[in-house]
Design a protein. Structure first.
Length: 145
């Protein structure tokens, strides 16, 4: 497991910036971790709460586009690549062999199917053919010889 801690000066600047904005107050620190090709990455993140709305704002999560217990995009690409070549049950073996990390079979299956669905949807958009024959109006230029 890789543990990153944001330095006290950097942490203080980000916290002050959010506290200075009207309607935000510092709440508590939460542990955030996700899986990557390097292994599990873990940070301690300061969260803020909107005074009027009561909504939670997580500056690091939103700026880095990371979700707790999620998978990084390069890891998703590797899983999808293996998922296209071998059965779902063998994806964890391939990841262990190539990158030295383990991923549950169900997660590998979910990620591969999610990416396959996105590809299928994008192909359907490209293949959209009109229901009727011909077009409403033909625009052409005729040349005299």
């Amino acid at each position: 497991m890789i543990l990153f801690k944001i330095g006290p000066i950097c942490k203080r600047k980000k916290a002050l910036a959010c506290e200075k904005s009207p309607g935000m107050r510092r709440q508590r620190k939460k542990q955030l971790y996700w899986h990557s090709l390097l292994g599990t990455i873990q940070v301690i993140e300061q969260i803020f709460i909107g005074v009027k709305t009561g909504k939670v704002f997580r500056p690091f999560s939103s700026s880095a586009q990371i979700h707790c217990r999620g998978y990084s995009l390069p890891l998703q690409r590797a899983i999808t690549d293996f998922g296209a070549d071998v059965p779902f049950g063998k994806i964890p073996e391939k990841l262990q062999e190539h990158y030295g990390i383990t991923v549950p079979i169900s997660s590998a299956q979910t990620i591969t199917q999610k990416h396959a669905h996105a590809v299928k949807v994008s192909q359907k958009l490209e293949e959209k053919i009109p229901d009727r024959d011909g077009v409403e109006q033909i625009i052409a230029e005729m040349a005299r010889l």
